[in-house]
Design a protein around this ligand. Structure first.
Ligand SMILES: CC(C)(COP(=O)(O)OP(=O)(O)OC[C@H]1O[C@@H](n2cnc3c(N)ncnc32)[C@H](O)[C@@H]1OP(=O)(O)O)[C@@H](O)C(=O)NCCC(=O)NCCS
Length: 218
């Protein structure tokens, strides 16, 4: 398969490609939020005592209280909560993903006009053999500040420098268009994205229980 970074072209999204690009963005969001792996990562974070969603503790506490009320046994309630911990984490992931996807559905269904109708905003795609394999968007928040959004690469094209090339194009545009500061948000379920951004020179400016904010001055 001709899928190395050199055979990939970076260009702006065309209107007729709205749905194709949307599928890649949603695939990236879905994978990070809903998969079993995502839930397993949360459970692993808990085992390693790393910070993660405080909501998970609340749900586990509620489950433990319900199981205790039913069984009147600490051992049974702890055991059952452990058994249910993965599905409950998964449930939280799923609900959060669904709420988020619902809130941004207008944008996702009309990516071309959403980004092209806003002065200074853009949407780029990485194309290989006529197929879109990656996406990145610039959401202009002021004359000098831009937000990097919707970075997603199809799984079979990852680790080949596609996202790095999309980000280079994004930054070239920012420099030529007067942007001085680039911001982005990433959830704690996306360590590979965080590594990508840090490798590209972004620094963490805010760390919350759900996610991180990174920024770069250009
Ligand atoms: C994050 C994502 C966009 C990276 O795309 P990519 O094309 O594979 O990234 P690149 O090949 O340009 O990788 C650049 C650097 O990012 C880091 N990186 C990327 N994927 C990684 C992984 N799975 N594990 C660890 N580091 C990773 C590495 O530092 C890598 O440099 P290296 O290959 O020299 O080690 C891709 O994994 C993806 O689409 N993920 C799902 C959607 C998502 O999380 N988007 C971010 C929204 S904020």
């Amino acid at each position: 398969m001709e899928n190395n970074a050199k055979s990939v072209t970076i260009r702006e999204l065309r209107q007729e490609e709205d749905m194709e690009a949307r599928d890649i963005v949603v695939w990236g969001m879905y994978r990070q939020g809903v998969t079993f792996l995502g839930a397993a990562r949360i459970a692993l974070s808990a085992i390693q005592l790393r910070p993660f969603f405080w909501q998970v503790y609340v749900v586990w506490g509620l489950l433990m209280a319900i199981f205790y009320a039913v069984s009147n046994s600490v051992l049974v309630s702890v055991g059952l909560t452990a058994v249910f911990s993965i599905p409950s984490s998964w449930g939280i992931d799923y609900c959060m993903f669904w709420l988020y996807a619902h809130a941004v559905r207008r944008e996702l269904n009309h990516l071309y006009s959403w980004y092209n109708d806003k002065a200074g905003s853009r949407f780029w795609v990485a194309v290989c053999g006529g197929k879109i394999v990656g996406t990145a968007a610039l959401d202009r928040t002021s004359d000098t500040v831009a937000e990097l959004k919707r970075v997603s690469v199809l799984p079979e094209y990852r680790r080949r420098g596609v996202a790095t090339r999309l980000m280079k194009r994004f930054e070239e545009f920012c420099k030529s268009d007067g942007v001085k500061r680039i911001c982005l948000d990433v959830t704690r379920l996306q360590p590979e994205a965080t590594r990508l951004y840090q490798k590209c020179g972004y620094v963490i400016t805010k760390a919350g229980s759900l996610g991180l904010r990174l920024e770069k001055l250009i």
